[in-house]
Design a protein around this ligand. Structure first.
Ligand SMILES: Cc1ncc(COP(=O)(O)O)c(C=O)c1O
Length: 403
């Protein structure tokens, strides 16, 4: 079993908040000391801008920054460090692909396929690209358990489909989508695929080559790294063919008033001064993830997921939203007669941190006919006792509000 108590000790926040049951990991994870120290050390002992300077600090900062590409490539089994583009997060990666990869090839009457359970970040960029180009957004339906309809998906793929954009793990329902199978179906028809790994990256090992995704995006802050930095993995041939998304310093080979020759990928997509400390911090987060026993992490999260679902299912008047068999430790629910924000506020009093609202997935809320849910999302430092505290407090809330 994963020793969650020992892992917890590596996260300084819990020394400051010993009673904190932090169940908001789908929003952002806490940071281990190694990540915090790496960022502090960079500013204290290593700060310089990258790529241009020839003095020791600048050379070292550049080396540290570039070395993270290899670490991240190792984490997701990308074939080369050059396939790793630094972004500001999942959202930025998706926008980059929608603008730079999809839009130039989108014609009126073309189609882009997404699923019903996309985060707004993996919905709006495609919707806007479709609107601008007279293309149609098609949505893979799901059932009441929060499972995608594979037959409908397959039937939806057509010679007009230009892209599939699919969430790997739903941040609201916890559903783990069968991305390999879905990508294989798209691949047979020559349809490129972006997989949104914002949630999956910290829950189980990701292998972009086995998955055969054309693009895979995630955020540093949901995998124990800092905010404001993320990763776009792209197949080499795609990145090489894509025009830059933003223009400025650090992404060029030669500039005159008449024209500009751009740098190769990935630099071509990294205009301006990067979040250098953030990237280096993300490297420390990748190192941290690599130190964990992946099998034990999965067992632990599975255990928490099952325990939470069982404990909540025993509460009368509580409805779990999303009951996929293949789900991870993200559990959304509504408590009959109590607004999700009241649930979250009451839990906050008990030092249980959850999130209430639509979780940037309004279509899911519309599907279930609700305004929002309360969501408990777990990570490696959570323990069974926190599931029990959550269930106990939910019973107290019911007593307080309903009796
Ligand atoms: C599934 C999913 N996609 C995309 C995002 C957007 O991530 P970010 O806000 O870090 O860009 C999130 C964040 O909650 C998410 O859970």
């Amino acid at each position: 079993m994963l020793d969650a108590a020992t892992i917890r000790q590596q996260f300084p926040i819990f020394a400051h908040y010993p009673r904190l049951a932090y169940l908001d990991n789908a929003a952002t994870t806490q940071k281990p000391k190694s990540v915090i120290d790496t960022i502090a050390n960079f500013y204290e002992k290593g700060n310089a801008n990258i790529h241009r300077g020839v003095y020791e600090l600048a050379v070292r900062a550049t080396q540290q920054y570039e070395a993270v590409r290899q670490k991240v490539a190792g984490l997701i089994n990308a074939p080369k460090p050059e396939t790793i583009v630094y972004t500001t997060g999942t959202t930025a990666g998706i926008n980059l692909v929608a603008s730079s990869f999809l839009e130039p090839r989108l014609q009126p009457g073309d189609e882009v396929v997404i699923s019903y359970m996309e985060h707004h970040a993996n919905l709006i960029p495609w919707q806007m690209a479709c609107k601008r180009n007279g293309a149609k957004l098609r949505v893979i339906p799901m059932n009441k358990d929060g499972v995608l309809d594979m037959k409908a998906y397959e039937a939806m793929l057509s010679p007009r489909t230009r892209m599939l954009a699919l969430v790997h793990v739903s941040n609201t329902l916890g559903t783990i989508n069968p991305v390999e199978e879905m990508i294989a179906l798209a691949r047979q028809r020559g349809i490129p695929v972006l997989a949104d790994g914002a949630q999956s990256i910290a829950h189980f090992p990701v292998d972009v080559q086995a998955m055969d995704a054309d693009f895979f995006v995630f955020s540093g802050h949901k995998m124990f790294g800092p905010t404001g930095v993320g990763i776009l993995y792209g197949k080499e041939e795609h990145l090489a063919a894509m025009p830059p998304y933003q223009f400025g310093g650090d992404m060029i080979r030669n500039v005159t008033f008449e024209d500009t020759a751009f740098a190769e990928a990935p630099q071509r997509f990294e205009a301006g001064t990067a979040n250098i400390a953030g990237v280096i911090g993300l490297g420390a987060a990748a190192d941290f993830l690599q130190t964990l026993d992946k099998t034990k992490v999965q067992q632990h999260l599975k255990m928490l997921a099952l325990a939470a679902r069982e404990a909540l299912a025993r509460i009368d008047g509580l409805r779990i939203i999303g009951n996929a068999e293949n789900a991870t430790a993200i559990v959304s629910f509504v408590l009959e007669g109590v607004h999700p924000h009241d649930v979250a506020t009451f839990l906050a009093e008990e030092q249980i941190a959850v999130r209430a609202g639509h979780h940037c997935t309004q279509p899911i809320m519309d599907f279930f006919g609700i305004a929002g849910t309360t969501r408990a999302s777990f990570s490696i430092y959570n323990e069974l006792a926190e599931v029990e505290r959550l269930a106990g407090s939910l019973r107290d809330i019911q007593k307080f509000f309903l009796f």
